[in-house]
Design a protein around this ligand. Structure first.
Ligand code: ADP
Ligand code: MG
Length: 258
């Protein structure tokens, strides 16, 4: 069955979207069937995978409002092996429009139920807040992967995030587990990056991925071309690192998900 991973951290700019796009694309490159779900109204995963986010019929917003079927919303094979459930700015209003609606925490989980088995991996990019959209990602997910930017305030907000994951596990999704932490934007030229990694390792008792994503300008450029890093610059340090991460994610799955 498809293993669903929510990429979450309520801080903006830590590398969630970059990780969602490039982990998805590298898993697809390795032959895995991937569904990428953009659950952020900013739609950066949607545009980063080459769609014009200002001009899409049937997005995840229509699923939230019950106005379209999942089959109409999923854009099949936007890249080889990679399908996308896109979002756009309309999604920003969903939380308000769903006030008072029962079971709104489970809308995405229920919507994708019948197509879940078509995929090996479902990668969900969360918005930078702990709101109803993020909760939908966490009720759909098997695990939560947390990107941490190698900067001074790296640990800020993580207690709250872990508390949220635990609440969802207790009350809404008993199967939810922490996938692990991934360091992003690591700058080998500064001591700070190294200190942050060591500080997080000694203070945060969570699984930490061996792969560390370096700060790499090609990763920042790729979205403006609507391409994931493995297609934009296949030999870049960024592409290599996301391939390693994809291998680790697959490997971890083989150990723990049989
Ligand atoms: P989030 O989704 O958590 O808000 P993003 O993935 O959008 O974060 O990243 C924030 C910014 O940092 C973007 O402009 C992105 O291109 C850039 N970025 C992310 N990861 C890297 C990296 N490893 N190297 C260089 N730039 C990066
Ligand atoms: Mg983002």
């Amino acid at each position: 069955m498809g293993r669903a991973i929510a990429i979450a951290n309520q801080k903006g700019g830590v590398g969630k979207t970059t990780t969602a796009i490039n982990l998805s694309a590298c898993l697809a490159e390795m032959g895995k069937k991937v569904l990428t779900i953009d659950i952020d109204p900013q739609g950066n995963t949607t545009s980063g995978l080459g769609l014009d986010k200002n001009n899409i019929e049937n997005t995840i917003y229509d699923l939230f409002l019950g106005e379209a079927d999942i089959e109409d919303c999923i854009k099949k094979e936007v890249l080889e092996n990679l399908s996308l459930l896109p979002s756009d700015i309309d999604l920003a209003a969903a939380e308000i429009e769903l006030i008072g609606v029962q079971n709104k925490e489970f809308i995405i989980k229920e919507s994708i139920e019948k197509i879940r088995d078509d995929y090996d991996f479902i990668i969900i990019d969360c918005p930078p807040s702990l709101n109803m959209l993020t909760i939908n990602a966490m009720t759909t997910a098997d695990t939560v992967l947390v990107p941490i930017q190698c900067e001074y305030y790296a640990l800020e907000g993580l207690t709250q995030l872990i508390h949220t994951i635990n609440l969802v596990k207790e009350r809404l999704n008993p199967e939810l587990e922490m996938e692990g932490v991934v360091f992003t934007m690591y700058d080998a030229r500064t001591n700070l990056s190294l200190q942050v990694v060591e500080n997080v390792k000694s203070n945060l008792h969570q699984t930490i991925y061996k792969t560390i994503i370096p700060r790499n300008i090609r990763l920042a450029e790729a979205p403006s071309h609507g391409l994931p890093i493995n297609l934009y610059d296949s030999k870049s340090a960024g592409a290599e690192s996301y391939r390693y991460l994809a291998e680790e994610v697959i490997h971890r799955g083989e150990e723990e998900w049989q």
